[in-house]
Write a protein that binds this ligand. Structure first.
Ligand code: KMH
Ligand code: ZN
Length: 271
């Protein structure tokens, strides 16, 4: 089985300092969190830029500052979000792609997102994919529900995304696919042969789905965007603490953990 890629989604757009006091917000805090994740065994960070007061922003300048500060500390893969917050416009969401990161997230459809709607029309998806291709950015195809795989494969047919594909199954968002074992088995068997996949379980789904991915040959995402707890009712100390637990579990199962360069090789980055 290939080595395990561990991604930390260190802050997201929705989590607040009130919910999780150790949430990284400023570029310095985000870079430090990424470095801690790297030292714990993570090979990628998924980032949402924030203003210093915590407001989510898709500003290219803020993402640029974060990218630079992380690169000064370590070679972890920097993956900015193009999902942003539900109220960001498409023109804002695409901004970090202009920095030519190695990867960026690309959500492949619209879904309910708790009380909100996370809007991703065909036009948005195709424009984002095209811009990523023009800037040499590999998309992480974010799948919140089964129909989004259909949309992702349509991008391939139209020549807007080139295989090998990398999917991220975001599971347990209220209003989208749940995070029961059968849901992951279904998604993992619904993507083309030769693709790689990561699972990001929301809240209580994070740990069981991560363990399933370790066993099934998938990859794992943890972090404060998805889950702020270490165990029921106990807040995690840091994103790195959540990563370190996955490293320990993977070792127990005999699954080796990828370094950032090994993750680049597995994902075909820069090819
Ligand atoms: N914040 C969510 C509305 C992504 O990063 O690409 C969307 C999201 C997906 O987090
Ligand atoms: Zn995100």
């Amino acid at each position: 089985m290939e080595k395990l890629i561990i991604t930390a989604a260190v802050n997201g757009a929705e989590t607040t300092k009130e919910q999780q006091p150790n949430l990284p917000i400023t570029p310095d805090e985000i870079a430090e969190a990424a470095y801690e994740v790297y030292k714990a065994g993570g090979s990628m960070v998924h980032i949402h830029a924030r203003e210093n007061d915590g407001t989510p922003t898709q500003s290219k300048d803020v993402y640029g500052e974060i990218k630079e500060k992380i690169a000064e500390k370590c070679n972890i893969i920097f993956q900015p979000s193009t999902g942003g917050a539900v109220w960001h416009k498409a023109e804002e969401r695409i901004q970090p792609v202009l920095l030519k990161p190695e990867m960026a997230s690309l959500t492949c459809g619209t879904c309910n997102f708790g009380p909100d709607v996370f809007m991703n029309t065909e036009e948005y998806i195709e424009t984002f994919a095209k811009t990523m291709m023009e800037h040499g950015v590999k998309p992480e195809l974010e799948i919140f529900d089964r129909g989004m795989i259909f949309n992702a494969l349509k991008l391939v047919k139209k020549g807007l995304v080139k295989p090998p594909l990398h999917f991220d199954f975001v599971m347990g968002v209220p209003g989208a696919i749940m995070g029961e074992p059968r849901d992951l088995v279904y998604l993992a068997h619904s993507i083309p042969e030769g693709s790689t996949w990561t699972v990001a379980g929301i809240g209580r789904f994070e740990l069981p789905l991560a363990i399933m991915a370790i066993v099934m040959g998938g990859h794992v995402r943890v972090g404060f965007e998805d889950n702020i707890f270490y165990s029921r009712g106990v807040l995690a100390e840091s994103n790195a603490q959540l990563v370190a637990r996955i490293v320990r579990i993977a070792k127990e199962f005999g699954r080796e953990v990828a370094t950032p360069d090994e993750a680049r090789e597995i994902l075909g980055l820069g090819k």
